[in-house]
Design a protein around this ligand. Structure first.
Ligand SMILES: [Zn+2]
Length: 284
């Protein structure tokens, strides 16, 4: 018997840059976005998912996760699920997994589950689709998943489990959808915000950061509506740090917003003023 199925579409996962050095299941909240049907996904996967859901809807196909817990899973929730399904007491003939240096046995009647930290759900890239094997739904998915950067991981046993594989190379169909559905204001999304979130994680991973304020000793404290050379310097430094800022020497609302985003990215107090700590962070 040929076990090859029509939807044998498996593309290796390219990791978005924002997920490099990130512990699976411990994503910074700014990397995750709520999806309308409940649950969360990495923002790139969320865009692709939302675009695909809309396209399916136009064709009369409803796509939704089997539950909110079948989108992004934190390490703790993956672990809780794992402990529900696996036990240490040996069960002859049952499949096993190694976790925390021990062999675990799948309980009878339970579906397999990835070891905590090993699932694409822990990266916010995977979704389990509700009744995916319904013929009409599966047919639509076969014809469309690749266009939106998704594919399967385990075929034919897990038709519901798809994951976003395209990393930072947003597929054209998703770009087209984004052009018609701009991200709501205030949501995580601009390149500067994404960079800031990725940097914030790297900063967190290194030793607790002590800002050396001595380098900012001679810098004036700047507040909104100030003007002058020092503002221009700060604006240029903001740009250098990835917060594109017009160096017009005028501390207007746009500059202030960027200052706040910068402060947030550096985990320093979000004052919207360029004080000694902010100068130090800008200069380092
Ligand atoms: Zn899954």
């Amino acid at each position: 018997m040929n076990k090859k199925v029509e939807w044998d579409i498996i593309v290796p996962v390219k990791l978005p840059i924002s997920l490099k050095n990130v512990e699976p299941g411990k994503l910074h909240p700014s990397l995750l976005r709520d999806i309308p049907q409940g649950g969360k996904l990495h923002y790139l996967a969320a865009d692709a998912w939302n675009a695909m859901v809309d396209a399916a809807k136009k064709d009369g196909i409803e796509l939704k996760p089997t539950s909110a817990g079948d989108t992004y899973r934190s390490y703790d929730s993956q672990k809780a699920g794992f402990l529900k399904r696996y036990q240490l007491q040996p069960i002859p003939g049952q499949s096993t997994k190694t976790f925390e240096g021990k062999t675990w046995y799948l309980k009878k009647g339970m579906a397999m589950l990835a070891t905590p930290g090993k699932s694409q759900h822990n990266l916010g890239l995977a979704v389990d689709i509700h009744t995916a094997s319904d013929p009409k739904r599966l047919k639509w998915l076969i014809a469309n998943v690749l266009k939106f950067g998704f594919s399967w991981e385990v075929v034919p046993s897990e038709p519901w489990h798809i994951r976003y594989t395209e990393g930072d190379a947003v597929p054209q169909a998703v770009k087209d959808w984004l052009a018609l559905n701009p991200k709501p204001a205030g949501m995580f999304g601009t390149p500067a915000e994404q960079k800031a979130a990725a940097e914030a994680i790297e900063v967190k991973k290194s030793e607790p950061k002590v800002v050396d304020v001595s380098i900012a000793k001679n810098k004036p404290r700047l507040i909104k509506d100030n003007k002058g050379k020092a503002i221009k310097e700060a604006q240029e430094l903001l740009t250098k740090h990835g917060f594109q800022c017009r160096p017009d020497g005028d501390f207007g609302p746009k500059t202030q917003e960027l200052v706040k985003q910068f402060q947030k990215s550096k985990s320093i107090p979000i004052t919207g003023e360029i004080d000694e700590t902010t100068w130090a962070a800008l200069l380092s």
